[in-house]
Design a protein around this ligand. Structure first.
Ligand code: ADP
Ligand code: MG
Ligand code: ZN
Length: 474
């Protein structure tokens, strides 16, 4: 019997807000322990939460980017449990009426665009951090009350690699939307991995195993590479799997059981009496809609179709948005956008990293790059000379035309002049001439190089090739 994996991910993302979810404390990473705290986020009795509007906006914006519905009314609930890093003894979250639901994430995987349905993206709060010393433990509440969004996927993912592709696409969307910095090192994205297996063709889902609190995408991949075969082995030997929570031990490379369904918590959710239901007005929604951005996948597809770029070039401009925007301001003005892309990706990027300049500090105008491409495309300068001109214009900001004129670099397409150079090169290299006659085609390239040298790179290489060949054959 053949088995397949079924995977659904719950991804927690810290939102990019200035302040925390229910109080005015800074939402900042790395401060000294318990310095960004107040009675509200310390969970002292008698305090009242005030919802952070920007966090609500970012959650709804995420919903719109993921093509979710935004219900007319959402609410906040208390999820009750005791843990030292959650001093209120409950977490505020959205239980049965989340801010967004029923969306889709499109992403590329194995050369095709795939879709994973999004169950919901809802808003909750992060908890503090337990810190263990030699003999004692402490709690740092700086993180407590940081706005946390949970994006829950439907179980539409079928492999470890696809899970990683989904996560990385989700991260790109969140970064494009300005929703989260998604700094993995700072724990801004954490993920619960739900996975089951079933015989291929069976509609019913197998028992769900949840691997909690993964903080790297590669870790998610490794955990699934271990867990899927483990489950398949159990069921193919006639065993049964039971719903449970497991922990991934990255050092040992195994998952181990934490608790079974029987000891699952009953969180006794109930609506938070301190918080009003959230009912966005049309005007408020319009404000959020005005922050919609083009998604990375759409941008990639647009760069490919609008500018005839190969996939990897388009991807470069998706990953480096500023560079892509820069390219685009030029690409819309030229007949050969692909040539512009080559200059930007291969030459400009290298020169910028060499010199430490960024796009804002460039000395030449965008029009100069247009000019340079046109000089090459209409054969006025060779691509080799163009490199020289580019280096010069990058340094001085001078326009390509004036550099070419000033240095006399214009390509020579005068057949008579080139013919003379060809004669010179053949006369100086009789061996090559004989080699060619004896059938060694490579001699042509050598002689061509000699002619180019004699012309100091200025001869039109195609003409040189044609004329030389004629002479050698003649
Ligand atoms: P819970 O209430 O325990 O969090 P949910 O049904 O809300 O469980 O699902 C949580 C996550 O688990 C979702 O991402 C969902 O797609 C995924 N999931 C649910 N059932 C399965 C299953 N049988 N196998 C794999 N993933 C599942
Ligand atoms: Mg869960
Ligand atoms: Zn606070």
């Amino acid at each position: 019997m053949e088995y397949e994996a079924v995977i659904g991910l719950e991804t927690h993302v810290q939102l990019k807000t200035k302040s925390k979810m229910w109080c005015g404390c800074a939402n900042a990473f790395g401060a000294a322990p318990n310095t960004n705290v107040c009675p509200v986020c310390l969970g002292l009795p008698g305090v009242l939460p005030v919802a952070n509007e920007e966090a609500l906006k970012l959650t709804v914006l995420t919903g719109l980017l993921l093509r979710c519905e935004v219900p007319a009314s959402a609410k906040f609930d208390r999820k009750n449990y005791f843990y030292p890093d959650a001093s209120k003894n409950y977490q505020i979250t959205q239980y049965d009426r989340p801010s967004t639901r029923n969306g889709v994430l499109d992403f590329e995987f194995e050369g095709r665009v795939r879709q994973v349905r999004i169950t919901r993206a809802h808003l909750e709060e992060d908890v503090g951090k337990n810190v263990h010393f030699d003999r004692t433990s402490g709690v740092d509440f700086n993180r407590a009350g940081v706005p946390l969004m949970e994006v829950v996927s439907e179980p539409d993912i079928t492999s470890a690699d696809m899970a990683c592709a989904y996560l990385s696409a989700l991260k790109d969307v969140l970064m494009y939307g300005g929703i989260s910095s998604c700094d993995m090192e700072k724990g801004m994205v954490r993920c619960d991995v739900n996975v089951s297996v079933r015989p291929v063709g069976q509609a019913e889902l197998g028992a769900k195993i949840e691997i909690k609190n993964m903080n790297s995408f590669s870790g998610v991949g490794r955990a699934l590479e271990y867990e899927i075969p483990r489950q398949i082995e159990v069921v193919s030997k006639g065993g049964t799997l039971r719903q449970e929570t497991r922990r991934w031990d990255d050092g040992a490379g195994v998952t181990e059981s934490m608790r079974s369904k029987e000891d699952a918590h009953d969180y006794r959710y109930f609506p938070d009496p301190d918080l009003m239901p959230f009912e966005p007005t049309e005007e408020w929604m319009a404000g959020v809609r005005s922050r919609l951005v083009e998604l990375p996948l759409a941008r990639k597809q647009r760069f490919i179709t609008a500018y005839q770029l190969p996939g990897p070039d388009a991807e470069t401009f998706v990953n480096d948005r500023a560079l892509g925007d820069y390219f685009e301001t030029i690409a819309v003005k030229v007949a050969h956008p692909k040539a512009v892309a080559n200059w930007v990706i291969n030459n400009l990027r290298a020169k910028m990293s060499e010199s430490g300049l960024d796009l804002g500090g460039l000395k030449f105008a965008t029009g100069s790059l247009v000019e340079l491409v046109e000089l090459v495309e209409c054969g006025k300068i060779s691509s080799k000379i163009a490199q020289e001109v580019f280096a010069e214009m990058f340094m001085s900001g001078e326009s390509p035309t004036s550099i070419v004129e000033g240095k006399g670099l214009m390509q020579v397409s005068d057949a008579g002049a080139i013919e003379k150079l060809c004669d010179e090169a053949i006369a100086a290299n009789p061996r090559s001439f004989q080699d060619y006659r004896a059938g060694k085609g490579a001699a042509l390239n050598f002689l061509k190089g000699q002619v180019m040298k004699l012309s100091r790179g200025k001869a039109n290489p195609n003409l040189v090739g044609d004329i030389l060949e004629r002479k050698l054959k003649g």
